[in-house]
Design a protein around this ligand. Sequence first.
Ligand SMILES: C[S@@+](CC[C@H](N)C(=O)[O-])C[C@H]1O[C@@H](n2cnc3c(N)ncnc32)[C@H](O)[C@@H]1O
Length: 246
Amino acid sequence: MGRLGSRSRYIPSGDCQRLKRCVAAQSTCKPKAYSFGSALGVDASEPMVQFATKTYGSERLRFRVADIGSAAAAAQIGLTFHRVVSLFCLHWVQNQRAALQNIHDLLVPGGEAILIFIASNKIYPMYEKVAAMPRWKEYMGDWRAFITPYQGVSDPAGEFGRCAQTAGLDVRDVTAPESTFVYRSRAELEAALAAVSPFMMRVPERDRRDFIRDCAQEVIRIVGVDDKGAVTSQYQLIVAHLARRN
Ligand SMILES: C[S@@+](CC[C@H](N)C(=O)[O-])C[C@H]1O[C@@H](n2cnc3c(N)ncnc32)[C@H](O)[C@@H]1O
């Protein structure tokens, strides 16, 4: 995030979900908001917005519910910003055109956006497998909506960049770096899956442990486990720096 003028605002989108991650994300945002302007955090989840408001809310740091993939989001927010920042959110938005149009409309002319999200992940086929299990299928009927729209796309950065240009955004830089994350044990894998599972809260509390165990089992079937019990997940990001043309 660059320096903002005294009247500047920036908007982290999708920034309120997992509490531990949210604290990390917001604790880096907060000092900058206080030094250089005000910020609005938006998230589609009401409980996350409530948590963020309670934990960090102030006159200059506000949070509200908005679905960045809905055509009406920018108009509903009704403000413009010098910066838009979104971390690990846009892979859950199937309508990328609407999201990029909203980001364009939320920026002042010349305003800039930094967007980082998942382009593809080797473990996503796990959703389809778990969704087919009789015990879990009632909670996962919409599993396709939670798989990044760039999964299986050969040039995700190019496709995303073209979509941004169509929305009136200049592409300063867009890359799709490959990355890996090593879960050192099955317990670590299960904790990570529980932290980001879009389905877990739908499962009755008494069954959640079994649900996550089954998810972890499928991940291990897909990517394997080494002789020390570590599981390596390979994924690709989209990292984009965009600017509104006018
Ligand atoms: C994996 S969390 C990332 C949270 C935070 N940005 C971070 O990096 O720790 C993704 C967040 O995106 C939110 N989200 C998902 N779809 C969204 C949408 N269409 N509009 C706004 N937020 C959305 C979820 O509710 C969730 O809080």
